[in-house]
Design a protein around this ligand. Sequence first.
Ligand code: ADP
Ligand code: MG
Length: 554
Amino acid sequence: TLTPESLEYRTEVKQLLDILAHSLYTDREIFLRELISNASDALHRVQFEMLTNANVVDPDRELAIWIRPDPQAKTLTITDSGIGMNRDELVENLGTIAHSGARAFLQNANADKQALAEIIGQFGVGFYSVFMVAQEVTVTSRSYRPEDRAWRWRSRGDSSFTLEPADQEERGTTIEIRLKEDATEFAQTWRLEQIIKKHSDYVSFPIYLIQPGSDGDEAKAEVINSRTALWRQSPSTVEEEAYHDFYKQLTYDTEPPLLKVHLVADAPASLRAILFVPSRRDRAVLAMRPDLGLRLYSRKILIQERNRDLLPDYFRFVEGVVDSDDLPLNVSREMVQSNPILRQLRRALSSRLIRELKAMAENEPEKYLTFWQEFGIFLKEGVATDPTSHENLLDLLRFRSTKSGDGWISFQEYVDRMQAEQKAIYYVLGDNLQAAARSPHLDYFRAHDIEVLYLVDPIDGFMTTMLREYKGHPLQNVDDAGLELPKGKDAEAEESGLDQEAFNRLMDRFKTVLGERIRDVRESRQLVQSPCRLVSPEDSLDRDLQRIRRLTEE
Ligand code: ADP
Ligand code: MG
């Protein structure tokens, strides 16, 4: 026989393997979750392929995962009847692909290695976690394409792997692990059962655990996972705990979600969905994964792993699953996008989410502020980019103001406590709260007890250019030169100390000294504590945008 061909890993993969193999000793059990998750992905893919392609190897083979421990031989074997890999795919996926995920993992590797292992799947390099427990790994795979043959990949997790043709007629992938001396617990059935229940209970294909000594008799194997499609159950029958477990298995997030929404509807379209708002924005998931979106099923068959059309873009931090019996099964993913049912699902999902957030704002204001501080920026982005969102989003916005102290207020609260003669909602833009609070433009407003909103996020300038009013009250920047202010109680009371002639001379002096740098100098009757205020000319409509430009050029 030919000697197997030997190939080198990419540099970043070598470094990653070095860390996995030599410095991670706890939480090693997650390797099994990663391998089962890959098997489940491969099964979903072949299931989807078979919807439209009759020419698939082994079309009748059961879609499942088989786990075979052998404590005597200290091996563990994981088999799936999924989509499989041909030679090129093995090389690409398990060794030479340029991995931004591997690089990101390495960049974080000096941080907390154990915490990192826990979330390795998020970096798209979950397969390599097997080297935390393996001395040697052999992957034998036969692709679903009739023209492909089986190949065997083998590695000891050092700097290279080998490839050779293999004899395997059946479609799918088998991963054989020769366990490290200190990892033989992973050949114990009770231990495997425990891990599968903990991390992979919601995998939708059966996971069989084959008892050692049963001669690999698959008939004697037992299904370990409960395979519940939680979203297809009635919300009243599901325990809170189950939602959390499901969320954890879906997202790898270690914290429970901030909000859970379970939707069941039959009209206008059939819809079963569970949506989650995570508790934090900067979870590695969001930072690492460019591919956000919801899992989309049709009749429990996964038709898209990450669909971004089911919710408006500004809800892209939402995680979850959506299932509809009304989506046609035999369509391409591209056609799903333009399907009218999808638009109905989107409307139902986003209006329910808005409703839940409003309810949270009303009934659990503390919790809502946590939400706002993590995800408010996305809602502001929604206001800035999508005028049709205003109706839904404006009441969800929260602000600091000259009167809010450490609290936050809504537009409605602002309007409710406006001065009697006040029409507009006033705001000041600034780089931060301190700078905004020092603005001389605020003199007049403080003197007359008029509240002003502090807008200090970079996105706020975009938002105000799109947002002209709230319930008939125009939004006005306090630096607006032509600001028409409500008459204050004693607005005109104080006379300027200078006579007109002396005052004109002073203004001329300003103009001469400042020259080209200004357009004009005018008298202001709005100042109390500050000697002057800088205003923008009336014809520069997009002052807020200019400010953004200034910020981004810096
Ligand atoms: P991810 O699953 O995030 O893509 P992994 O490192 O876990 O990253 O896996 C890398 C790739 O290897 C997968 O995307 C898939 O293409 C391939 N792969 C891994 N395991 C299997 C399997 N059991 N069957 C088919 N393909 C697999
Ligand atoms: Mg994976």
